[in-house]
Design a protein around this ligand. Sequence first.
Ligand code: URA
Length: 246
Amino acid sequence: MNNNTIRLQKMIAENSDYSRRKAEELIAAHKVSVNGEIITAMGVKVSYKDEIIVDDVVLFHHEKVYFLINKPINYISSRKDNFNRAVVTSLVPTNEKIYPVGRLDYNTSGLLLMTNDGELANGLMHPKFKIPKTYIAKVRGNYSKQDLSKLARGINLEGKKTLPAKVIPLSYDKKSQIGRVQITIFEGRNLQVRKMFALIDTKVMELKRIGYGFFNLANETLPTGAYRELKVKEVQKLYNLINNKE
Ligand code: URA
């Protein structure tokens, strides 16, 4: 739950043409209600979840929107970038303030959810829900089956063992020492897949996320850089992922 609360007069001033002083006057004149209740006291705290009516007009109505994109490489997983690089939010035409659910690196491509639903996004990103994320890694190194088993069992990464992962070797070319490995992780630590392979002296050359929760890139018609809106059922299923488990 997003519990960010601010004073009512500030919320009005930030979301309308009224000044904070004018908002206070309207509150004093009993012209402001919050969730159906006329407010008379100053200093009531509200959040974006509250329905605020000012002089008979609803202050804001944030429609919740949910998108799935196939992120190209060379895009930053945020709304803004200090170095002027392309940002993932530019791939979806919406006026809503959407954020990526977690991060894919600049050099990583594949499935990424984006939404303005902070409650769902925070839930999905919380480690306790262990949302599966599946990647295909193109790697270079002289790694063995035992090395991959280490990754699967959990490996000490920066002082903390990674959770068990599912690791499937797909191909390996002995001459070039280049292979493809499918790996499913159930947490989302920074640069996790790249760092896990680095621990077995293997470099990730390309990384693509092909699965997120119950979404699978193979079942999507989503060319690189494309997006689609989630279906209501899918949003419900995502909520189930974070509500049915403790
Ligand atoms: N692991 C990484 O190293 N990078 C990503 O973008 C995602 C997982």
